[in-house]
Structure formats: C-alpha cells, structure tokens
Design a protein around this ligand. Structure first.
Ligand SMILES: [Zn+2]
Length: 429
C-alpha cells in the first residue's frame, strides 16, 4: 500500500513538473538550472530520490528500526525481490521487533554478489528538509538540480547507501534479470553491530561462503576505500582510599594514581612503536587514542577513592590483542605494576576489531582510507583460504557530517552513487 502511495506521488509530481515548466522561471537561466519552487518536484519526480525521502522521513534510531524495515521490505517485495526478515534480538525490554532485511531474486538465496548497508541511525531524529546550495547566497536565484541539498538524520549515514544500492540493483536486474545479486540491510550498525553479527552467525553466511563479492555501503564520498582503522574500547580504573583532604596521608588518591597513567596513554600515539607506542602502518598512519570520559571522587574536600576513564583506540595496525599488550605495558611502566590502576577491556577477550582492508581494483574511482569502523569487521567470511571473497566499501556522502546536526547530501551525489554501485556490481558479476 505504501508503494502505491509512493508511485501515486511520483505520477502527480510528473504532472506538476510538466505544468511548472510552462511557467516563466524568471531571468535567463542557463540550461539545467532550477528555481527554488521546484524543490519538491525534483524529489518526487525521481523514484530514487522519492524512496530516499521516504526512508529518511521514517525515524530509525538504533533499536527502533521496525517501521523503516517494514517500508523497505514492502518496497523490495513489490519490485519482485524475494524478501526474508531475519529477526534480531530486541534492544530493550519494550520488545519492539527488530529485523535485518535479506533480499534476492527468485529462489537464488545464495547469490554471488552481496550488497549491504544499515537502516539504523544515530540519535536524535532530525526531520527531512530541502535547501538550495550555498551558491544561492551569492545572489543567484537558481542553481543546478544536482546541487540541491537534502538534509536530515540518515540522509547520508546510511540511507543514502541503502537507497542507491536498491536502485542500482533494480536497474541491474532490469538489464539482466538473472544477475546473481542479494541485498542485506541490517539493524544496529551504530550500536555494537548487532544486526551484522546476527547475519554473520546465521545460515545465510555459510562455510565456505557462497558469495564471492561483498559490497559495503557507507559514506565514502564516492571513493573506493582501501582500508579503515580497527577499534578497541576500554576503561581505565583506579582504586584508592577515602580520607579527609586535610589529612591526605591517611588516604590514597585514586585521581592522583590515574592522572599520570592517562597522561602516558594520551601521548602514546606520538611514541614510536619500538619505544612502546601505539602501532602504525603505511596505509592507515598512526593509531589514535581518545580519552572520551573521565570521572572520580565525591567532593573537593575528600581524598578520592575511585576514578575511571573511558578510552577508545583506533587501530592502524596489528590486532586488538597487540594493542591491549601495549596499553598494559604502558600502565605497568607508570605504576610499577602496583595494581592501583587497572585496564578493563570489558571481559571480552575477543573485543575490538583489527584494521580492515578492501579491494579497490575497479577502474574509475578515487581511492581513500577512512578512520571510522563499519560492519565489515563483524561479517566473518569463512573462506578457509580456498577462494578469497572480494570486499568493497563505497557510498555517497561524507562522514564529516554523518553524525552531526548538519547531516546532508546533494541530489547529484545520490544519483552518482547509484551509477557507482552499478559499475561495482557489473565488475563483480
Ligand atoms: Zn554508517
């Protein structure tokens, strides 16, 4: 039903576009430029842009993906995909249904090429809106259609990838109905990657793999990504003994204990690896460490018995275990291994992710590296060294606005991404 509604809008918009074009637009506009009154028409007259608008307008902060999931599922089944709901454990006690969407053609449940992105967003929800580009503020009343700005939560991360993957797939199948492709749109990427982990552990990710190519959709500014850093989270915890601040020798300050440790960790990215610093690589540069949160003590006049800091490391080389050892050694050096400060890696021996590397062997794309994590680290490909599965990371929009209140993308970027995904799929097939 939603689909009919969507196509209804499109048809209506086409009619509106026709009549608008008969109106004088004012001034001598160069060809290809549009007047601000046509904002809505531009979106509604393009099935891709209209679909992108529909999925952005449905809020889907991690844990609350059900409604957008239903919409995407209906859309794909109305376009002749076989669609499966892959139920994922709910985020909270409210038992809201959560599911990955897995789509393929006919009975081809194990296609050669898998395209994937995520349907959840970070909070808060920011409504969809359309804006003329910056060029207008320089006194121009018209602009190129491709420069129209689409703003709102998820317009980039990752509903831009979801929409353009869907339309690239539809067009590929239009040209070649037997194309062996599948789509996976998962939940919870922004929060622990629960959706992709669920998929990874399921029968849809068999050993050995049936797919030979996986294309991950995330904002890469239309470039192919050669690699991204890994990640490791930890807590630095100091324990002391409370006392009156006038008699500090009667207590042990946890904050005095944690400060030199944090200072050492804070500088560890600038220390050469041979001297105990964080690892580096030619491709990804330095590993970086962020002390993002710190608290401790109870009052200014009490010797603090407790202090804690939350730390996130972005790994440019090595495994999470390598970095755990480097951090532990740094703490031991500062404290003399006296046990006043400990590192807590969440009890997860396997926590964290190593850097990820991708294929970049399709012509016509710029190649970059990025510093954010993706689902790629959590999709375990059981290739057993027999046949290497190719992995690509590509998508429209820039990460620089992805989690900000200024998240936005242009019409031109979305349309170029649909063409880009088509080229990647064609090369893979
Ligand atoms: Zn994302």
């Amino acid at each position: 039903m939603r689909i009919n509604h969507l196509w209804g809008i499109t048809a209506l918009a086409r009619a509106t576009l026709g009549s608008d074009l008969q109106q004088p637009l004012g001034g001598n506009l160069p060809p290809g430029t549009v007047h601000p009154s046509e904002f809505d028409t531009i979106i509604a007259s393009s099935p891709l842009l209209a679909f992108h608008r529909s999925i952005v307008e449905i809020p889907s902060v991690s844990g609350d993906e059900k409604n957008v999931g239903e919409f995407v599922l209906d859309f794909l089944s109305s376009h002749n995909f076989t669609v499966e709901k892959q139920i994922v454990v709910p985020e909270s006690d409210d038992n809201k249904e959560r599911f990955n969407i897995y789509a393929y053609v006919g009975e081809n449940r194990y296609p050669d090429v898998l395209l994937t992105s995520h349907i959840d967003t970070v909070p808060p929800f920011i409504p969809y809106s359309l804006h003329s580009p910056a060029s207008r503020s320089r006194g121009r009343s018209s602009f190129n259609r491709a420069d129209l700005i689409i703003a709102g939560r998820g317009t980039v991360d990752a509903k831009a990838s979801v929409a353009t993957i869907v339309f690239a797939a539809i067009e590929i199948l239009h040209e070649n109905p037997d194309a062996s492709i599948g789509l996976l749109f998962d939940v919870g990427e922004e929060k622990f990657g629960v959706g992709i982990k669920h998929f990874s552990d399921s029968d849809l990710n068999p050993t050995p793999p049936k797919f030979h190519t996986v294309i991950f959709g995330e904002p890469t500014e239309l470039s192919l990504v050669a690699g991204h850093k890994g990640s490791l989270g930890l807590k630095v915890i100091a324990k002391g003994k409370a006392a009156h601040s006038g008699y500090p020798w009667l207590g042990e300050s946890a904050i005095s204990a944690i400060l030199p440790v944090l200072t050492r960790l804070d500088n560890l990215e600038n220390v050469l690896p041979v001297d105990g610093g964080l690892l580096r690589s030619d491709k990804l540069g330095k590993s970086t460490l962020n002390i993002g949160q710190i608290y401790g003590g109870v009052a200014g006049n009490v010797v603090p018995a407790f202090a804690e800091a939350s730390v996130s490391v972005r790994l440019a080389a090595g495994t999470p275990d390598d970095t755990r050892k480097i951090l532990q050694r740094a703490v031991d050096e500062v404290t003399g291994s006296d046990g006043t400060v400990v590192l807590d890696f969440g009890g997860l021996k396997a926590g964290g992710a190593p850097p990820q590397y991708f294929d970049v062997d399709v012509d016509g794309f710029d190649v970059i590296t990025v510093n954010y994590g993706t689902d790629a680290a959590s999709l375990h490909i059981h290739d057993q060294g027999i046949q290497k599965v190719r992995r690509y990371l590509y998508g429209p929009g820039t990460i620089h606005v992805a989690h900000g209140d200024n998240e936005a993308i242009t019409v031109g970027e979305l349309e170029e991404a649909a063409r880009g995904y088509k080229r990647l799929i064609s090369a893979a097939l």
